[in-house]
Ligand binder design. Structure first.
Ligand code: SER
Length: 555
């Protein structure tokens, strides 16, 4: 198998030094807080802080640069903990060319690093290229010597990298086959969703600029933007199940388990909490070291949310008293080599964490007493279900998450109107989204809803039917909070976990009109399920069903 099970800190160093030996300037990770870039809440990839060098707006200190960039992506925050693959914080290794080398060198070096420096078995590596990119295909086949049947051609969804507006282009990825032990299902194929084939490296041939409306122009120069998740590389090299098991992260997880007097893999419910705490403490520690403070909006709110989620999971595990500061110490110890700012800001990190945790512990107590009062009222009124609005108020004002409310109520035989809670949440999200769009440079008139074919209409059948069948006529994707510029985009497909709006030719769902409540429910197509959280009127007599794909895909 692999020659040596290098640690995370070793791999980071090996990567940067390898590219230094290929004429790259090692640059320090940029702050998580974007500089002169309002389109992004937090830095989410290695290329994000380098955009001006790609577009030619600014002159880079060297035409070849390599970094290990701290990144945060919160689009999947609800899944963090529940699975071992989701996380919010990660480090991204990258080598970049600003109008210097292009495909040939990028491909050769990625292969050399993985097979010769790290020592991964070539037979386990599979490249993919953008379906029309014969040039990249030929380099893999003729120069690297990969058998053509092992080189996969994928379409735009897989092999064209872009993130909202900005530099983008076709890409060539490298997957690692972890073997049958990691899965034998239909999804465990090259490019599939299973755990067996893991994408480790992405070489983006960054040669276009997307203006955010789907218009592409050639950049003045051809660039290379590569990205490799450091933790993912470590998963492969250390042959462990998930990012939570690589050396530095496992040390943190074990520390959390110790505080909770438990062990990882002893109890699946506790594992969820351990993973939440582990991931979120890493994000929080790095965010605070970059000067982000807990608040009720923007980045500060992301921090507050992560921090409270971690604190609450500590309570679920029965950890008593403040503990986030203790765990932050482990994060600092594990990562200070790569990120000296952690050590420099140690005091501030611990202070902010501890104060915010104490504040949360107080609100939790306050929330508990309010919940006790609500329970009394319910009993007096001979009711057993707490209203969604009350549950939402607890969440919104006292930071009391729904699952905590549900859990506490259940202990005394009460339930909570969860659909009502979701509805209240959706109303608040829409308000926040509108506020966000209004401050967007594009203005609200530019959302994707305006781009839907104006001749389409929706027939309302809800006066005599509660369920009905119809055809999908248009779909809009609602991008996660941290996405660049566009909050919405027309789309051909919505996949599991995606949020968006489905427009149909007929619907029994009643849409909101000035202050009324839109219907909620489910849209199904075979086994595919879409949760409708809000029904909205769109211009021209159309109805949009806004929500999230629970399973499968809608086209
Ligand atoms: N920008 C690409 C990514 O994030 C490669 O760095 O995957």
């Amino acid at each position: 198998m692999i020659a040596k099970k290098y640690g995370v800190n070793e791999l980071r160093k090996m990567y940067l030094e390898f590219f230094q030996s290929k004429g790259h300037l090692i640059m320090k990770s940029f702050s998580l807080v974007p500089h002169n870039d309002n389109s992004l809440l937090l830095i989410n990839s290695g290329m994000a802080p380098l955009k001006p060098y790609f577009t030619g707006q600014e002159i880079p200190p060297c035409r070849r640069v390599t970094t290990c960039q701290k990144c945060i992506r919160t689009g999947d925050i609800d899944n963090v903990g529940k699975t071992a693959r989701h996380g919010t914080f990660f480090e991204m290794l990258g080598n970049f060319s600003f109008g210097d080398y292009f495909k040939r060198e990028a491909i050769h070096w990625s292969w050399e690093f993985l097979t010769e420096v790290v020592g991964l078995e070539p037979d386990r590596l599979y490249p993919s290229v953008y379906e029309e990119d014969d040039e990249a295909f030929d380099i893999w086949r003729d120069e690297i010597g990969i058998a053509p049947e092992r080189i996969y051609r994928f379409g735009k969804a897989d092999n064209f990298w872009e993130h909202g507006s900005g530099p983008c282009g076709p890409c060539s990825e490298i997957y690692y086959d972890r073997g049958e032990a990691y899965g034998t299902g239909p999804e465990d194929v090259m490019g599939g969703e299973g755990d067996r084939f893991m994408e480790v490296w992405n070489n983006v041939f960054s040669q276009f600029n997307n203006d955010g409306h789907g218009h592409y122009t050639e950049l003045k120069q051809k660039n290379i933007d590569t990205g490799m998740g450091l933790e993912r590389l470590a998963v492969v090299v250390q042959d462990v199940e998930s990012i939570f098991e690589v050396d530095t992260i496992r040390a943190l997880l074990d520390e959390a388990a110790k505080l909770a007097s438990t062990r990882y893999h002893e109890d699946e419910k506790k594992d969820v909490s351990l993973r939440v705490i582990t991931d979120h403490v890493r994000s929080c520690t790095f965010m605070i070291s970059d000067g982000i403070m807990p608040s009720n909006e923007g980045r500060g709110y992301v921090l507050r949310r992560l921090l409270r989620r971690a604190a609450r999971h500590g309570r679920l595990l029965g950890i008593e008293g403040a503990f986030l500061g203790k765990l932050a110490e482990t994060v600092i110890a594990a990562s200070k080599d790569g990120y000296p700012e952690l050590e420099e800001k140690r005091e501030m990190i611990l202070k902010v964490l501890t104060e915010e945790e104490a504040k949360f512990n107080r609100t939790i107590d306050q929330g508990l007493s309010i919940l006790a009062e609500l329970e009394e009222t319910l009993s007096a009124e001979k009711k057993t279900e707490l209203s969604g609005e009350d549950a939402f108020k607890l969440y919104d004002t006292y930071g009391f998450p729904l699952d905590l409310t549900r859990e506490i109520l259940a202990e005394r035989g009460f339930t909570v109107d969860e659909a009502g809670f979701q509805k209240a949440m959706q109303v608040q999200r829409e308000t926040a989204r509108k506020a966000r769009k209004a401050t967007n440079y594009m203005g609200e008139a530019q959302t994707a809803y305006q781009q839907i074919d104006p001749t389409l209409t929706t027939e309302f059948t809800g006066y005599d039917k509660l369920t009905d069948e119809g055809k999908i006529t248009a779909m809009v994707r609602i991008l996660p909070e941290e996405s660049e510029e566009d909050a919405t985009a027309l789309t051909e497909a919505l996949a599991e976990g995606d949020e968006g709006t489905i427009v149909t030719d007929k619907t029994p769902f009643y849409a909101t009109m000035g202050g009324q409540q839109g219907d909620i429910g489910v849209i199904t197509a075979g086994d595919n399920r879409f949760e409708v959280r809000e029904t909205i009127h769109l211009k021209g007599g159309k109805v949009g069903h806004t929500g999230k794909v629970l399973s499968g895909m809608f086209r």
